[in-house]
Structures are given as structure tokens and as C-alpha cells.
Design a protein. Structure first.
Length: 134
């Protein structure tokens, strides 16, 4: 299970990194330095959030499937609350483009999730453990 999580995360991160490069470049062209800073900040936030998720799932998978589900739910709640705090703290910021920050976060999350779904669909995971233990 751990090998599948790491493999799926690596593949999804690779696709997302390409999308991040496109979004940072596009933001820099559209809004200059403020767009570049907003997009770069968004890339950092998305990378930290998905890194936290992969870490939590990996640690949970070592314990049990139930712990893995709990870790997933807990990281989801933490990420939503952290994003709420970030958005409310920086909504009136003039240091970077808030709209390009939001657009970059949205695009990267959608790309990461789509890549994760495609990778998961192509992965041959067993639904039943082959050792026969119950």
C-alpha cells in the first residue's frame, strides 16, 4: 500500500509541477512581479498541503486502513482551515496578486487531483489481501 501511495503521489506531483511552471509564467506575464509572487506563493501552499497529505496517508497506512481514513479526514479539515486563515489574512494584501494566487491554487489542485485519479485508475491494486489473513 505504501509503495502505491508514493508512486501515485510522485506521478501526480510531476504533472502538477509542469502545471505550476505554466501558471507561474502566465501569472508573471499577466501581472508582472505581483503575479509572479502570488503564483509562487500558491505553488508553495499547494506543495505543502499535498506533502502533508502524502505524509499523513503514509503514516496512517502503516497502522491500519482505518487510521489511514482518519488521517485523510484530519488533513482535509486542517488544510481547509489553514486555507481559510490564509485567504482571510491576505485578502487585502497589496504584496501580490490575490486573484492570481487563487487561480493558481485552483488550477494546481484540479491538476493534482485529476492526475491522481488517472494514476489510480491505471494502478492495479488488490482489493483483497492475498495472504488470506482475516
Amino acid at each position: 500500500m505504501l509503495a502505491n501511495i508514493a508512486s501515485m503521489a510522485r506521478r501526480s506531483a510531476t504533472v502538477t509541477a509542469a502545471a505550476a511552471a505554466v501558471m507561474v509564467t502566465l501569472s508573471a506575464v499577466l501581472a508582472g512581479q505581483k503575479g509572479l509572487i502570488g503564483a509562487a506563493f500558491a505553488v508553495g501552499v499547494v506543495a505543502a498541503f499535498f506533502g502533508l497529505t502524502v505524509l499523513a496517508f503514509s503514516l496512517g497506512a502503516r497502522v491500519s486502513p482505518q487510521a489511514m481514513a482518519g488521517a485523510g479526514l484530519a488533513t482535509y479539515v486542517v488544510k481547509i482551515l489553514a486555507l481559510l486563515v490564509l485567504v482571510s489574512a491576505f485578502q487585502n494584501s497589496t504584496a501580490f496578486s490575490a486573484s492570481l494566487f487563487g487561480l493558481t491554487v485552483l488550477v494546481l489542485v484540479l491538476v493534482y487531483q485529476a492526475a491522481l485519479v488517472v494514476t489510480w485508475r491505471r494502478t492495479k491494486m488488490l482489493y483483497v489481501e492475498p495472504d488470506g489473513e482475516r
